[in-house]
Design a protein around this ligand. Sequence first.
Ligand SMILES: Cc1ncc(COP(=O)(O)O)c(C=O)c1O
Length: 387
Amino acid sequence: MTPTIPPLGRAIRHEWRLDPDFLTVNHGSFGATPACVLAVQAEWRDRMEAQPSRFMRAMLPGALRDAANRLGGFIGAPGADIAFVDNATAGCNAVLRSLQFAPGDEILVLDHGYNAVRNTVRFVTERAGARMTEAPVPFPDFSADRMVASMQAAITPRTRLAVIDHITSGSALVLPVQRLVEVCHAAGVPVLIDGAHAPAQVDLDMHAIGADWYAGNCHKWLCAPKGAAFLWAAPQRQAALHPVIISHGLGGGFLAEFDWTGTRDFSAFLSVPAALDFHAKLGGPALRARNIVLAMEGAALIARRLNTEPVATGGAMGLVRLPVAEPATAALSLTFRDRLLAAGTDAPTHVMGGALWLRLSAFAYNDLEDYARLADLAARISREVSP
Ligand SMILES: Cc1ncc(COP(=O)(O)O)c(C=O)c1O
């Protein structure tokens, strides 16, 4: 059956509480939760506060597992292999801080890897006398084949773990994770995928990817409330995996350890099924495909206006080079982003390969006109900061 897709862009913006005076073209950083999902979250909170002890003891355990099962249907995994965590950073931390490393061991990351996760790798390697090594992401001339070759070349006999971003943060590239996992596994290296941006931005199938662990956010492209993310673990990896917070469930198995890490507000996790319903209502796979095309068109439009070039990222985040003096500096990047904010919008800027790049997001509430406005602002700010 061909999925139907309702009128999107401006026609559907009323579903969110977005400020109409702010140009929202950065869905990627923090997502945006529609009012209908926030209403479901409020209902969960009401249930919790009506009878706190009955809620925690009798309702929560089943409701949490129901939510995990629904999410499992969306990401191609049994719900029993999925734990909820606050965010992708927490999921990656749980894996990295559960594993034992010895002096001389190497953890392989990408040079485009997300800084918070690279810091976690740095933390665990320094503590163990181990080393963080890097596989360069071919950029801006990216190709899946070149990425696979780069990974292959960076693996050594001391590599104990690879941490691979599914979609890189600053450069927005969708990486060929399935092929990268194959390369690592062929060398006996287990793989943690940092999929912070992937759920509901691209199609996702845990079984097909075949990694050992996968951390993904529901609060970005799936539009769940903030603080809703998951950690999937292959069954054979679950016994040695522990949440960052050790609580009553220690020794009771994967779900016992992760489903209770102390008293907290569970409403974001419990609202994930409502977010899945909303995503399906907007078209599901058809929405994802539409966003990817819109990101490409938006990036091309901005690049034409700036007289620069876009990068084919393959996802719903586009990337465009900014026309500023090169080599660009981190200070210039910061100034550029501050000026965007002052002008009533936001889009991440990063220095890569000496050039300054602008990342845009394309989500359901965006249309091409948004990128025409962003292009005007980017052109004006480029002239101001780099006359
Ligand atoms: C690749 C990657 N990993 C991790 C994160 C962190 O996500 P969170 O703040 O939800 O933990 C991000 C955020 O953009 C990201 O791009």
